[in-house]
Design a binder for this molecule. Structure first.
Ligand code: NAD
Length: 484
């Protein structure tokens, strides 16, 4: 089919490349002329595993780039909207890009087309898009609007798109359903997985993708409810980790026991410095705002956000507890992206923590395999040093902080690290290492929800020191509602 994808960001570019990969003719559009020029030159504006290979495979053939929404719409049977919906400041998402695209699409509709809302949006957005299309001259009967929320994760976006857990089709009419079924048929009937040379999936045997057909409003709700639930799971486990740390239990052991319950599952039970990125923080706020508009107080979600921010503060407290004062302390930081596998630093807990450390007068030298260019854009010029690799970031430092879960950080040569660092102190906000292994390597190793190990190999200074629980303040008052 002939498709247009409007917005060449993390979702748009991956969607466009994957839709071309499964056989469609795709025009990928963005108003950012520099981005379009880069893409046409063969450059890849974001760091995303397998995306360069897909772009290389389809660019100029089944995948074209353009800055004209109108031209792309005229040439397409279905148009995917994948522009950003960032937080406008007060919890409500800024929907102006979606509205602008809808208005522009309206002027170019001359034959029946499907408009697919793929950006994450509040429930009832499809209705608003319909109204904008009509207001701007798209005749009734010339278009349908459907919701097709995207569940890809940065870092594994290509395989998430091609091998999804589910494809949600939020449709209010037969035309939308038929069109979306045709678009995704190579995945839902599995023909794509049987071809030679396809992008390999995460499992040895690829099953046809599961389709869930709902109405548009339900599909919109599914996306917000899913992201808010995942964020809640992270905040929940972080609170449990703080308790584990306070009493000397081990959050890894707790998670093994907890995740073995099929009703809970082991995924998203990773304690750390909390979630970030362009989705969870704003989607939790947006979903709470949706509830508020319905007269419902979804206070649970305020707690999810509060706990998440508190988790970053607790980590900075832990750095202070390990180093006493921070002024002029030389800190190495590994990781600036909000998660491993991406260059995205939007709402990154790592960036928030670096800012806090700088406020307290610490000197930071950071390394990230992909996110340093974007970090330079958000951190003040000259505020931190950027290293060329992990060991350079750690060299002659008073402590090393692990803030992003890049897999290569978990494979660091501990002996080499120990040799280059001034003091053997590591604060791991992502629990990448085993505490016993770190203690055996001679590190004073602080992580999240796991007790500090002090071994014979450590300097005498640390023997016999009782390390008070760092992660939770000692409660002075009994919380209301607890049984006596
Ligand atoms: P992004 O900021 O990376 O990309 C948005 C792109 O849209 C930019 O390139 C921008 O220039 C372009 N754009 C803005 N206005 C435009 C217009 N009028 N016409 C054409 N292009 C325009 O955003 P993203 O991370 O790709 O997210 C897009 C949407 O998908 C958001 O709603 C987000 O919540 C949702 N989403 C994101 C992810 C993710 O992991 N990033 C996952 C699932 C869903």
């Amino acid at each position: 089919m002939r498709l247009a994808v409007i917005g060449c960001g993390y979702v748009g570019l991956v969607s466009a490349a994957c839709l071309a990969e499964i056989g469609h003719e795709v025009i990928s559009v963005d108003t950012d002329l520099e981005k379009i020029a880069e893409l046409n030159r063969g450059e890849v504006p974001i760091h995303e595993h397998l995306l360069p290979q897909l772009l290389e495979r389809h660019r100029g053939k089944r995948l074209k780039f353009s800055s004209s929404v109108g031209d792309a719409v005229k040439q397409s049977e279905a148009v995917f909207i994948t522009v950003g919906t960032p937080d406008s400041g007060g919890g409500e998402p800024d929907m102006s890009a979606v509205e602008a695209v809808a208005a522009e699409i309206a002027g170019s509709i001359s034959e029946p087309k499907l408009i697919v809302e793929k950006s994450t949006v509040p429930v009832c957005t499809c209705e608003s898009i319909r109204k904008v299309l009509l207001l701007h001259g798209a005749g009734t009967g010339r278009f349908s609007v459907a919701s097709n929320p995207e569940f890809l994760r940065e870092g594994t976006a290509v395989t998430d798109f091609l091998y999804p857990d589910r494809i949600v089709l939020g449709v209010d009419d037969d035309f939308s359903a038929a069109m979306l079924y045709s678009i995704y048929r190579p995945l839902t009937e599995g023909a794509y997985y049987r071809q030679a040379g396809v992008i390999p999936g995460p499992h040895a045997k690829a099953e046809p993708a599961r389709v869930i057909v709902t109405n548009a409003k339900s599909a919109e709700l599914i996306k917000h409810a899913a992201n808010a639930f995942l964020a809640m799971k992270i905040s929940y486990i972080n609170m449990v980790a703080n308790i584990a740390e306070a009493v000397g239990a081990d959050i890894d052991q707790v998670c093994t026991g907890l995740g073995a319950d099929a009703r809970i599952g082991p995924q998203f039970l990773q304690a750390g410095i909390g979630y970030g990125g362009s989705c969870f923080p704003k989607d939790v706020a947006a979903f709470q705002n949706v509830a508020f508009q319905c007269g419902i107080d979804f206070a649970l979600l305020s707690e999810v956000t509060r706990i998440n921010l508190e988790q970053q503060r607790q980590f900075v407290k832990k750095v202070r507890a390990a180093l006493w004062t921070l002024r002029n302390k030389r800190l190495g930081v590994l990781g600036l992206a909000f998660k491993g596998g991406t260059d995205d630093v939007r709402e990154s807990p790592a960036i928030a923590i670096v800012r806090e450390l700088l406020k307290e007068g610490a000197q930071v030298c950071a390394y990230d395999p992909a996110a340093m260019v974007k970090a330079r854009e958000v951190l003040p010029a000259g505020a931190i040093e950027y290293a060329e690799n992990e060991y350079q970031a750690a060299a002659r430092r008073d402590a090393l902080l692990l803030l992003t879960d890049w897999p290569q950080f978990a494979r660091l040569d501990l002996h080499k690290l120990r040799t280059v660092m001034k003091l053997p102190i590591i604060l791991d906000g992502r629990n990448l290492f085993n505490p016993n292994q770190m203690a055996a390597a001679g590190f004073l190793y602080y992580s999240v929800g796991r007790a500090l190990r002090v071994t014979e190999t450590m300097p005498n200074l640390w023997h016999g020191v009782r390390f008070a629980p760092q992660a939770v303040p000692v409660m002075t008052a009994r919380p209301e509602g607890l049984p006596v």
